[in-house]
Design a protein around this ligand. Structure first.
Ligand SMILES: [Mg+2]
Length: 232
């Protein structure tokens, strides 16, 4: 084995997206509500987010796509909004921590992979700036592990569940897909890595409910991934 790719939310961090996302939208939209009515802002933000999720253009980062779509309407001025986005992620985002912590087994799995000399990848969906990802990593206490790559919107050119997301990681770190393991809690968006030949472990502690499920190579509580990684 060469590498272990870990999803963050619901895999290493016990963050329930259903609890987190509405509070995130509320806090961000309040910060900008002098510039744009909150409902309109949320609709517009979601439009730009969907565009990022569909991005597979090799010469456009997810951030490029976000900026292009969000600031397409002439009345939305980058110089008004953008500093507030940055301020939000620096100053307000940390306040969204609702007592989150590591999923049991998160540290053990990371240590096992590190001690085996495997490359660590934080393969979170790259819809957020790096600051927001590092902050969530701090909530789980995992920022200290030697990740080779943390997928943030500044440098990635695709999102899960597009295979281009996984391809970009594989190419960048020069990995053999069959010698890499994706660990995630989403039976579709994470397990789709298997279609490229990446081995998959479905972490069931905070399993995402989906209509469409792909069959993982391995499944269980995250702490069961530790023995698997140690066996590589
Ligand atoms: Mg997840």
């Amino acid at each position: 084995m060469q590498a272990v790719l870990f999803d963050l939310d619901g895999t290493l961090l016990n963050l329930d997206i259903g609890d987190f996302f509405p509070r995130y939208l509320d806090k961000l939209s309040r910060k900008l509500d002098h510039l744009m009515p909150r409902e309109k802002f949320i609709d517009h933000l979601m439009l730009a987010t969907r565009a990022m999720m569909e991005n597979t253009e090799k010469d456009k980062t997810n951030q490029d796509v976000f900026m292009e779509v969000f600031f397409a309407p002439a009345e939305l001025r980058v110089e008004e909004f953008y500093p507030l986005f940055e301020e939000f992620y620096d100053q307000d985002f940390p306040g969204l921590n609702n007592g989150y912590g590591p999923v049991p087994g998160a540290h053990e799995a990371l240590r096992a992979a590190r001690d085996k000399g495997l490359k660590l990848v934080l393969a979170t969906n790259p819809l957020f700036p790096r600051t927001a990802i590092l902050e969530r990593m701090r909530w789980a206490g995992i920022e200290k592990y030697p990740f080779e790559l943390i997928t943030s919107y500044e440098h990635m050119h695709a999102c899960k569940p597009n295979l281009e997301f996984f391809q970009e990681i594989i190419s960048r770190l020069d990995l053999e897909p069959s010698r890499s393991l994706m660990v995630g809690n989403d039976p579709y968006e994470d397990m789709i890595a298997g279609k490229m030949g990446i081995k998959t472990f479905l972490a069931e502690d905070y399993l995402v409910q989906r209509k469409e499920n792909l069959k993982p190579d391995f499944r269980g509580q995250l702490r069961e991934a530790v023995a698997l990684i140690e066996s590589f």
